[in-house]
Design a protein around this ligand. Structure first.
Ligand code: PGA
Length: 321
């Protein structure tokens, strides 16, 4: 069988997105160019790789087998790139990261000093909710994952590196603002705004109330931290969000964090990779850098845990030799 790597990578993108259009967008090609190549690949193989049911496309059995082969090839290429990068040290390389939507409030800031120290390293950051991030982990699409809770049911190496405080928020003139030791039972009577299913923040909030035998009154489900913030400001209800997402709003008193027993919920941000993945030198450097932040904190740099200062961050990075 004669097919090209080009055809395989186009096929891999279509299979990953389950869409010709989105694959074409990712690869900066036209949609017909992608379909022609995939069609040629199907002709060479002699079996269809996709089938269309309604508006959606699905992989056939042959397509599923080829997708596994593509992932193996991509992994092998990744390992090859890694060995080359090792030969060149940290001067060149690629780092593919994925972080949950809540982590996007601080991850880019942590990336700044890293990219400045290693200008030859290309960094890509995919931001998505916890559920989709776990799918990416299963599909082995990224080097490292930044997530609140280490995943279950898949063997991973997970290291905590920053504190994640979940706070209960209200609009400034809410009657509970200013009260001390509010009972969770009282809060559960209020209308709540909740992140979408699949969100780690939502899972932690539900867990908190469930442990107490309570269920918050969900008034509305909103698909992003920003929408939740606007909803709380618009007096639609209370909400639980990571403090990382509301630093500014709390400083400017547009949102208030309530003194509810059990809050803030203290969680940790974790840096995670599959245990069957050999980390590239670049990924190792990034992981050491993040876990080093925690060490710097343990040595007494107050404040770094939830809001790292660029100068402290930079000192956690090894120098290029
Ligand atoms: P979320 O993630 O953005 O899916 O709520 C937070 C988390 O990883 O705990």
């Amino acid at each position: 069988m004669h097919f090209s790597w080009r055809q395989l990578s186009l096929f891999e993108a279509v299979a990953r997105h389950r869409s010709y259009t989105r694959a074409a967008e990712e690869l900066h090609l036209t949609q017909p160019a992608v379909s022609i190549q995939v069609k040629q690949l199907e002709d060479t193989i002699g079996l269809p790789l996709f089938e269309q049911i309604g508006k959606r496309i699905y992989l056939t059995e042959a397509g599923e087998d080829l997708r596994v082969v593509c992932r193996e090839i991509l992994d092998a290429i990744g390992r090859f790139e890694m060995s080359i990068a090792e030969r060149k040290g940290l001067r060149r390389g690629r780092l593919q990261l994925a972080a949950t939507t809540t982590a996007k409030y601080f991850v880019p800031r942590l990336l700044g000093p890293f990219c400045e120290r290693y200008p030859g390293v290309d960094v890509a950051l995919k931001v998505t909710n916890q559920e989709r991030l776990l799918e990416r982990l299963h599909e082995n699409l990224d080097d490292l994952y930044i997530i609140g809770r280490p995943p279950q049911g898949i063997s991973v190496v997970a290291e905590p590196f920053l504190e994640n405080r979940l706070v209960l928020l209200a609009y400034p003139d809410h009657p509970l603002v200013g009260q001390c030791n509010i009972l969770p039972e009282r809060v559960a009577e209020e209308p709540f705004l909740m992140r979408e299913q699949g969100s780690g923040t939502r899972a932690a909030t539900e867990w908190f109330f469930r442990e107490l035998g309570l269920a918050p009154r969900i008034r509305m489900e909103l698909g992003s931290n920003e929408a939740i913030k606007q909803g709380v400001m618009g007096k639609l209800g209370l909400a639980v969000l990571s403090q990382n997402t509301v630093t500014l709003e709390c400083e400017t008193r547009r949102l208030e964090s309530l003194d509810v027993n059990g809050f803030p919920l203290i969680r940790q941000w974790h840096i995670v990779h599959r245990s069957d993945k050999t980390l590239s030198i670049v990924a190792q450097a990034f992981r050491d850098y993040l876990t080093g932040l925690q060490l710097s904190n343990e040595k007494g740099n107050a404040g770094i845990v939830s809001d790292p200062e660029p100068a402290v961050v930079a000192s956690a990075l090894p120098k290029l030799t």
